[in-house]
Design a protein around this ligand. Sequence first.
Ligand code: SF4
Length: 336
Amino acid sequence: MNADVALLEVNGLKKHFPIHGGLFGRETARVYAVDGVSFSIQRGETLSLVGESGCGKSTVGRAILRLFKLTEGEVYLDGERIDIMRAGQLRGMRKRMQVVFQDPFSSLNPRMKVRDILAEPLINFGMASGRGDLTAKVEALIDKVRLPRDAINRFPHEFSGGQRQRIGIARALAPGADLIICDEAVSALDVSVKAQIINLLADLQDELGLALLFISHDLATVEHLTHRVAVMYLGKIVELADRRGLFAQPHHPYTRALLSAVPVPDPAAKRQRIILTGDVPSPINPPSGCRFHTRCPYVFARCRVEEPVLRTITDGHLSACHLDQVPDAQVLPLAS
Ligand code: SF4
């Protein structure tokens, strides 16, 4: 462990998927799924990556996990560049970063008992020294995710969605990971179960010093869990800030629109809803200038031709919008 560097650092990550067609199967177009994303995560920190479906947030998670090759960019885990590591070298790093997917049922082998599901990574990564130690470690994992001990003798289909997600978390913890990527990990759960899983993740983070990359389409879900939030739109981060700054003073018009849809706990308090018109443009042919300009209520001429860069607004709060350089008094939406 290198305490002087961020646990995870992502620099200029791009992932373009070529589309092949025609008689000779030549590349005819590209899906610009992720187009220059940078962020870091410290030990024990939660960074949430939030945006609508198709914005590229899950692709970022999968690229970090090396489920495919990057088009461009660099990924460092604990100061070591992992995007160019060979398979043998990467194996040691893989146990340090694990993933919890949205649908634990499809990622848990239905023919394996929970005991074997949890034993598998312990054996694969050489984490147990003998049968007794293996059983003790499996039981410790089950205790950590607050399932009854007899769960280890059951199959995945015998559990509820929330319980299956606990098994998925236990499996991610098994190799001793210090970074867990939660890819829409609570999206399929109902509200009360979602809260229980979020509380469990927060407790595990406190206990084990885990770093979490929490990928979600829903700002409300991440509000009580996250330390910082990065908002993505069409392959780019448009705003990045700590939780308090982002929820209290969102800068980017897209973040404001997303936040306006988050229910406020006080029924007397009113938040003006910003309805975005139009669909998210295709990542095959993203708009010129600011990618959000086709839906932005504040769009002006410069937005259509010049791409705004992510710049610091206040300490640790970054936004990519030309309005950040315009005095507040001159900022009026085209329609409300
Ligand atoms: Fe809207 Fe222009 Fe800002 Fe983009 S740069 S978010 S189009 S005001």
